[in-house]
Design a protein around this ligand. Sequence first.
Ligand code: ADP
Ligand code: ASP
Ligand code: MG
Length: 417
Amino acid sequence: MSLYVMKFGGSSVGDTERMKRVAKRIAEKQDEGHKCVVVVSAMGDTTDDLIDQAKLLNENPPAREMDMLMTTGEQISIAMLSMALHQLGREAISFTGWQAGFVTESEHGRARILDIKPARVLEALEADKIVIVAGFQGQSESGEITTLGRGGSDTTAVALAGAIKADACEIYTDVDGIYSTDPRIVKVARKLEEISYDEMLELAHLGAAVLHPRAVEYAKHSKVPLIVRSSFNYNEGTVVKEEAVMEQGVVVSGIAYDKNVARISILGVVDVPGVLAQVFGALADAKIDVDIIVQSGVMEGKADFSFTVALSDQAAAVKVLEGIRQEVPYREVTTEDGLVKISIVGAGMVSHPGVAASMFEVLSKLGVSIKMVSTSEIKVSCVIDGEKLHDAIRALHTAYNLDTEEQVSVGGPQERR
Ligand code: ADP
Ligand code: ASP
Ligand code: MG
């Protein structure tokens, strides 16, 4: 007998029919003799719909109330899935994040997990129940309801799997596993049998929505075997592990993109030591993550520099810069959106020089101008115009020999989005 954590994403529980199918799938796992803890997301696009409704009431809703609202989505799912399992004659019990013992930071909207006290989960398992836990939510030490960031149900599942020492964590979604790139954009994307934690971590951080980055961090740390597979069929999924077998000669394993990018430029800043520390210190104090930073020419003691932030942080970042104008005089601040960051990732890059150059060449042949670049040992990222995204991904996918013969099918019987 093994202990499984099975996580079902929004599309897998999009309506009551899908919910019934998921219940059947869990019952089958139990019939194979396993114990099951199930983590579930809000149904379909519920979270997006709740956010849209909140915005109709208040352009800038209080973060605490947003968490209060968004966590209702997962609560609906856990109760309904438990009911569907009872209908199949199974003993199931649903728990909210706080009932399952998730203690988080107090940062609303992007709280990190501080501790998991899974006593109730273990007790229910001991009583041979199927345990259903709401993803994406927790409670701060002062008793406030929090969320873990969009897509955070993956993190709930993997962190819980570590805390209860599960034998495996399976992430069930609407594609058959992890692909060389988003199969919605490239129909001839290649399904990966396995991928290393480090490569997946890069891909997830660089925008591959299939796994939440923190989920991969937890898996890497706890070493719980992590499998991504479809809830719509029984195909083998992708295993995320320490050492994935690398095909001979493969330089790039995956391509990711991130549309949540805005560029901010500060022009004509007095170029004295400590300026960068002041600017980025102020942004860090406001909890704004800065990604790529580029300083361009210095002229007559004045410098220009640009950096990227999440689109959702753009307005807040500009406000911070306006707030420090006294201490850090500059001529003007400009912003640019409609951009995307496109990234190639591969452990094989370490031993292959010239990968960045080949990426630039592919993009230049398409007439795509590269606005910013950043590299690490196993990735190269370029910020480009959003309109060129699909062409750029397809061209890079072909250039790095990732295309397959087969066409990927995405989603279940009824395609969403
Ligand atoms: P869920 O609702 O199950 O959490 P998500 O929409 O969060 O599902 O993640 C699955 C989606 O991730 C897929 O439908 C696919 O469009 C997208 N995706 C992006 N990059 C990849 C990739 N490299 N491999 C597989 N799917 C990817
Ligand atoms: N429902 C949340 C979201 O849409 C969490 C998740 O699905 O993982 O972001
Ligand atoms: Mg997801």
